[in-house]
Design a protein around this ligand. Structure first.
Ligand SMILES: C[S@@+](CC[C@H](N)C(=O)[O-])C[C@H]1O[C@@H](n2cnc3c(N)ncnc32)[C@H](O)[C@@H]1O
Length: 243
């Protein structure tokens, strides 16, 4: 999981920086990063808010928080093991909060969103970034098998439609203004293979929606499509900013 996060961070550094700017993170702010993983975003945000600000990184995984602390805790930052639905902070203690690729793993996102709303001060902001995994499309192989495998991948997540639900979730949690920026991610075959196709095959086999031969033929067809320049993979990623 940590190797996967490092890989995604490496390929999305510019996108991440753009989201810090879009949310208006500046010197002196108090910022919360929920589901911070190994804390790379917390360290980047610490450099933006400076010593007069504060960044808290929380994650429900002890292993992630241990890895985050081992990688370094800059002066204005701290890491906490905590579920998104139960944050160890006073009401209204942050100017801005964010949860990137987290709510797709949360079975009850509305409880987490209410908790995030509680710790953001009135006038503050909450940024959510998540894929809409039901929008995943892949070209180059049998359409029916493709559907079965990709749906198994979306269904294996606790909340595979987190991206499309972000706007309504923010409104319901008490953010009256919500701006959304849906983006299309089009990973190349090597990246899609690591992050999507291989886990999708595993999910489809575990759910028994395809057998091992169909899964092998499916991947072989995608590799042939790639060799002929016809491979295509796309998924909608929704950034939703509530104020
Ligand atoms: C895909 S990683 C994203 C990490 C980081 N936000 C990023 O963009 O690089 C998802 C993280 O959310 C954490 N997570 C999953 N469910 C959570 C929950 N209910 N509360 C807090 N963190 C959670 C996982 O442990 C994992 O570190």
């Amino acid at each position: 999981m940590i190797a996967y996060l490092d890989f995604v961070t490496r390929i999305s550094l510019d996108d991440k920086r753009r989201t810090f700017v879009a949310q208006g993170l500046t010197a002196g702010m108090r910022v919360l990063d929920v589901g911070c993983g190994t804390g790379d975003d917390v360290r980047s945000i610490a450099a933006l808010v400076g010593d007069d600000g504060f960044v808290a990184g929380t994650d429900s995984s002890h292993a992630m928080i241990a890895a985050a602390r081992a990688r370094g805790v800059p002066k204005p930052a701290a890491f906490y093991t905590a579920s998104a639905a139960q944050l160890p902070f006073e009401d209204a203690s942050f100017d801005a909060a964010r949860a990137e690729r987290v709510l797709q793993h949360v079975a009850d996102p509305s409880a987490a969103l209410r908790e995030l709303r509680r710790v953001v001060r009135p006038g503050g902001s909450l940024l959510l970034i998540d894929q809409d995994w039901d929008s995943l499309s892949v070209a180059g192989a049998d359409r029916d098998v493709t559907r079965r495998i990709l749906h198994a991948f979306a269904d294996a997540l606790a909340n595979g439609t987190a991206g499309r639900d972000a706007r309504a979730g923010l409104r319901a949690a008490g953010f009256p203004e919500v701006e959304i920026a849906p983006m299309i991610s089009t990973p190349s075959l090597p990246i899609a293979h690591e992050l999507i196709l291989r886990p999708a095959i595993d999910a489809a086999l575990a759910r028994g929606v395809v057998d091992a031969i169909a899964a092998r033929d499916w991947l072989a067809a995608l590799l042939r499509a790639e060799a002929q320049g016809g491979f295509y993979c796309a998924v909608v990623v929704v950034a939703a900013l509530g104020r």
